[in-house]
Design a protein around this ligand. Structure first.
Ligand code: SAH
Ligand code: SF4
Ligand code: F3S
Length: 486
């Protein structure tokens, strides 16, 4: 990412270290490094935090990225600085994910290494927050007693005060994992990785009970934020130079049901905000999408991007039933057909789980066929990982690892074929691209995304970051498009 001048209200995230993965990908990690030397000066009102050098590592989904940005905002407001090199930090902060065993294993690996470091550096602070903290905070406290602070998903807005208590000498590990109603960040100014793009959490938690999934237990029941509050946050972001917002919710289509409103009303209210060029939202649930949404996306199509991330998970009705997803393959296809009819040009991304309990060869072939029929623009494909405390824990994890691997590979290969075919078909077209910054691999090129989130590289200079440009596509690979500015 390029070092771009930023509006004064949100000091420049110099030296931003962007995760080198697609931000949608769960179970990956990336440091948020928002070095702001000015923040070190004149923060006497928060002497317990001012000057603290924080290394923040985020695992998991976009909701975790958003939470990290908000907590970074809270600490930044109080004079903390952010460092990319963990060796330079006074506070190591891990924002954790429980969605698959792999995500948890990596946090255990980090904590094991920190145990050794803390022996030589007793003044170092270690804090664990997020989904693992919520789900097994007590276990973390017992296994890693050197950890200073453990904050669950519901008390993150109190992170700064909790840290101050640790610095005042409160007994550690200090545990804050109460199931309070919902996290409330108020008007905290997030410290983001990108000056031009921002996430906004619009619902918290999940009311579904997909049998494999731990999220309802780590995040609690679904709570929506009022429309006015979301519009105010989007307005602040737009005034700060943000061009693209992505609304976040575990099942974004149920946004507002608890408040007597809905997603399309929110989109209508966000649409007039001056300066905002693109509005996106994730993640959609097939059983909750309504035709009104597709119509609104089409009507507001200059700003609401024609892209939907709607996980199928499986193409087998028997597996979908055991997953308690609430739809069949036929119903899923109907929803997609409506979307494509009412919002022409819409593109689709999907998630798939291979090797769920009882998934036979024929069940897997049904997933393979569904992907081939759907032709999603991209997919996240996961091997089933049993999660403690979920209903599916009672079902046998009976697909051998080797079979999971083969099925995983087959879906990956099929998706690659589909993506390559679609990318090749766009050669010769002119695409509107929101420029994100200089390419990491080639500083003579810019990187950006089309309206449907396809990645584009094209020659250009850093001053274009944050602008919308027309790019003619000249060649394609399965992963990205290469173009020239028109
Ligand atoms: N709320 C979103 C995403 C939840 S987690 C939704 O409902 O779609 C993101 C993805 O992780 C899921 O879509 C699913 O494909 C995958 N996932 C969740 N639990 C999993 C598990 N136990 N094993 C493997 N993959 C899992
Ligand atoms: Fe998990 Fe299902 Fe909720 Fe998504 S909708 S977060 S997969 S329980
Ligand atoms: Fe992981 Fe929690 Fe997100 S479990 S996927 S970080 S909601």
């Amino acid at each position: 990412m390029s070092a771009q001048p930023l509006p004064a209200a949100n000091p420049a995230p110099r030296g931003v270290e962007t995760p080198d993965h697609d931000p949608d990908l769960c179970g990956t990690e990336g440091s948020i490094y928002l070095a702001d030397p000015q923040a070190l000066a004149g923060r006497a009102s928060h002497p317990l935090i001012a000057g603290t050098r924080v290394h923040l590592l985020t695992f998991g989904c976009q909701m975790n990225v958003y939470d990290s940005e908000m907590v970074a905002g809270l600490l930044g407001e109080r004079g903390a600085a952010f460092v990319a090199d963990p060796a330079q930090a006074d506070l190591i902060l891990l924002n954790t994910c429980s969605v698959r065993a792999h995500a948890e294993d990596r946090v255990h690996g980090r904590l094991g290494a920190l145990k050794v470091r803390k022996r030589h550096e007793p003044g170092l602070l270690v804090a664990v927050m997020g989904c693992m903290a919520q789900k097994e905070g007590e276990h973390i406290a017992a296994r890693y007693p050197f950890v200073d602070l453990i904050v669950g998903t519901r008390q993150l807005h109190q992170f700064a005060q909790l840290l101050e208590r640790v610095r005042e000498g409160a007994p550690t590990p200090l545990l804050a994992i109460d199931e309070t109603p919902s996290v409330q960040f108020g008007e905290t100014v997030a410290r983001r990785e990108s000056p031009h793009q921002a996430f906004i959490a619009v619902t918290r938690g999940c009311n579904k009970r997909c049998t494999y999934c731990v999220v309802p237990y780590t995040r609690g029941p679904e709570v929506s934020r009022p429309v006015d509050e979301v519009v105010a946050e989007a307005g602040r972001l737009a005034a700060d130079g943000v061009k693209e917002i992505t609304l976040l919710g575990q099942t974004i289509d149920t946004y507002g049901y608890d408040l007597g409103t809905n997603l399309w009303t929110l989109l209508e209210r966000l649409h007039p905000i001056a300066g905002l060029e693109r509005i996106r939202f994730i993640t959609s649930h097939p059983e909750e999408c309504r035709d009104e949404l597709w119509r609104a996306m089409h009507a507001l199509g200059d700003k609401v991007m024609p892209f939907v991330h709607m996980p199928a998970q499986s193409g087998s009705d028997a597996v979908l039933r055991r997953m308690a997803r609430g739809y069949t393959k036929a119903r899923y296809l109907e929803v997609i057909a409506s979307a494509r009819k009412l919002c022409p040009g819409i593109e689709l991304a999907s998630d798939w789980i291979v090797g769920f309990s009882g998934e036979s060869d024929a069940d897997f072939e049904a997933s393979f066929e569904l992907m081939a029929e759907l032709k999603p623009q991209m997919s996240y494909i996961f091997k089933y990982s049993v999660r403690e405390g979920t209903p599916a824990q009672r079902l046998p994890d009976d697909v051998p690892e080797e079979a999971k691997k083969i099925r995983h590979r087959r879906l990956l290969d099929l998706q690659e074929e589909i993506s390559l075919e679609q990318n090749r078909a766009s050669v010769g077209r002119v695409e509107q691209v929101l420029v994100e910054g200089l390419s990491k691999n080639d500083p003579t090129r810019l990187t950006g995304r089309t309206r449907t989130r396809r990645l584009v590289h094209f020659p250009g200079t850093a001053d274009l970051a944050g602008s919308l440009v027309d790019v003619k596509i000249v060649s394609a690979t399965g992963l990205s498009l290469l173009g020239e500015r028109c």
